[in-house]
Design a protein around this ligand. Sequence first.
Ligand code: IVH
Length: 681
Amino acid sequence: MSAGTPAARAAELRELLNRYAHAYYVLDAPLVSDAEYDRLYQELEALEQRHPELRTPDSPTQRVGGRALDRFEPVRHAVPMLSIRTETDIGDAGASNFDTKVRKELGLDATAPAVEYLAELKFDGLAISLRYENGLLVRAATRGDGEVGEDVTQNVRTIGQIPLRLSGKAPVLLEVRGEVYMRRDDFDSLNARQTEAGEKTFVNPRNAAAGAVRQLDPNMTRKRPLSFFAYSIGETSGWTLPARQSELLEALEKFGFPVSSERTVARGAEELVAFHQRIGELRNRLPFDIDGVVYKVDLVEQQQKLGWVTREPRWAVAHKYAPQEEITRLLNIEIQVGRTGALTPVAKLQPVFVGGATVTNASLHNEDMIRRKGVKIGDWVVVRRAGDVIPEVVTAVVDRRDGKETDFVMPETCPVCGSHAMRAEDEAITRCTGGLFCGAQRKQALLHFASRRAMDIEGLGDKLVEQLVDGGIVKTPADLYKLGLLSLATLDRMAEKSAANVLQGIEQSKNTTLPRFIYALGIRNVGETTAKELARHFGKLDNLVTAKEAALLQVQDVGPIVANSIAAFFAEPHNVEVVEQLRAAGVHWTETEPAEQAAVLPFTGKTFVLTGTLPSLSRDEATAMIEAVGGKVSGSVSKKTHYVVAGAEAGSKLDKAQQLGVTVLDEEGLRALLARGPEQE
Ligand code: IVH
C-alpha cells in the first residue's frame, strides 16, 4: 500500500477516526472538534463509496446499523460465562466471611500474610462477550444461560465505547467480557424523549440497556445511549496472560476498553470492608447504577487453585448494597399545588426502605404519566430511589391486583382554593386558575408582585411574606396596602423590624406604570415583554380586563396559549376583585389611548437577543433602546432571531448565533444599526 493511494488514505482515516472516537467515548477527552471529526468521517464515507473494497470491518462507518434481523443466532461460549456468588450478609461480615473461606481453601494459616484482592464495582447492566481476532471485533454475544448466548454483533457495533479494533499489539484471539449499561443521565433523557413521543418509558437503566442490546433492528439500538465497562476475559491465545486481575484490567485499558477507575487492590478483609464502605457512600453520586461491589482474588495462580463450584468461581464474590427498587402498596394519590398552580399527583405509599431511606411519598408528575405507567390506587408498585433523585413510582405489579384497585381521576377544582382546574389542550399539566386567590400560590404570587421588575416593593422578602401569609394577615396583594403598624404586631421581632421599613416601600409602589402592574399580576405566560405589549395595545386596564380571546390575539406576539391564560385569569371573579381593591387602595398609573394601529416603527417584528456584558449599556438600557424603535428582546437564540448583541463573557447564545448564521453585533454595532435602521431584506 503506497502513500497517496486511496487505500493508504482510507487506512489513515480509519486510524485517526478510531483514535478520536476512543478519546471521545472512552477517555472523555476529545482530541478534535465534532466538526473536524464529521469532516474526516465524511471523507472516509465518500472514499468507501467510490472504492467499496476499502470498506473494512474496523471502519467507523461500519458502526451504523445494518438490516433488521428476524432472530438472533445462537453462540456457544467456548469458556462458559459464569456468575458470581452473592454474599448474603449486607454488613461488614460479608467481606470477612469471604476472606475466611478463601484463606481456608488456600490452606493459609493465621500467620500467613493477607490475601490480595481486586475490589471493583458490580455494574447493573448486562454481560457481553466481545470476540477479537487479530485485533478486529468479529462477534459480540450475550451471556444467555452461560453456555449459549445470542449473537448481537450488529447492535454492539453501534456502541461508541467498544473498540472495533484493539489498540497496540493485539493477541491472535481475545474474548473480552464486560457489562453494557446505560448512564443515569442518558436514561433520563431517553425517557424524556420517549415521553415526548408518547411512547412507553423504561423502568430502569438496566432494563433499557438490556432491551436496547436485544433489539432486532440495530438502528433502534443506535438511538439508545449505551456504555460499556470491561472486567474479565474468556477464550484467548497468542499473548502472555497477566498474572493478576489488577494487571488484566490495566491490559484491557491499553487495548482501548473503558475500565472503571473505582477499583483497588485490597489486602485482607479489613481493606475489603473499607472499599465496600467507601463505594457505598459514593454510590449515589456515581453516574450509573451499581448493585454492589465484587471482590476477586487478585493472583491468577490462586484463582486457579480455588477453582469453581457449580458455575460460580470460589475466588470471587459479589457484596451487594441495599436495593434501589422495592415493591410496596400505593395507598392513595393526593394532589399537591405547586407555586405556579400546577396540580401534581403525589403517591402516598406504605412506607418502604429503598435506596437508603424510608420512602412514603413519590411524585407521579401528571395525569398522562399515571396512565402511561398504568398505576391504580391500591396497586402494588415498584418504587425506585437511585442516586439523590426524588423517589419515583416506576410501574404497577399487575399480577398482584385483586380487583379492588381504582383509577385515579384528576380533580376539576383546586383542592386548596376550589377554583376551576384547567388543562390546556396540548399540555400535560393541570393547573389551578385561582392565581392570586389560591393559598398555595399566594406566597409566590406576592413575592412576584413585589419583585423589582413588577411593583418593586423594597424589603418584602421570603421571611416576611411567609409570616404575613401564614398569620392570615395578607391574602392578596391588595391586603399589602391595608397593612398598618398595628397588624405587624403579631409578627416576630425580625419580621416586625423589616415590616416597618417595608411600609414605606409599599406606599411608594402605589405610583407605578400599566406594564409593571400587568406584569405584577402574575398571569401565566405573561412576562414583562407581553405585559408591555398588552399595555401599549389596550392603553387602559379595563380594556384588557374585558378583552375577549379574539381581541387578545390581535396583540403582537400573543398567540392562542397566552390569550387563553389572560382570558382565564380575568374570568375568575376573585382576580378582578383584587385588581379593583388595588386601585381602590391607591395604586395608580397613567393610562393612554389604545394603540388603534400599531405605529410602524423601523424595527417592528425584529427580534434581538442580548448576551454578555456590554461596555457601557446595562441590559435594561439596551432593551429600552431596542424597544423604543419597535424591536423585541428575547431570551434565547433561534432561527427566528434577527440580531444577537454580544458583550464580554458572552456564552452559548453567541455560539448558537454563529451556528445559525444570525448577525452578531457589539454595542457599537447596535448603536449604529438602531440609528440607521434595519437592512432591507
Ligand atoms: S465477573 C467470574 N465482574 O454480574 C465472574 N461480573 O453474577 C464473572 N457483573 O453476569 C463475572 N459487574 O453481568 C464480574 N465487576 C464485575 C461485574 C460483573 C457486574 C455482572 C455480570 C455477571 C454477573 C455475575
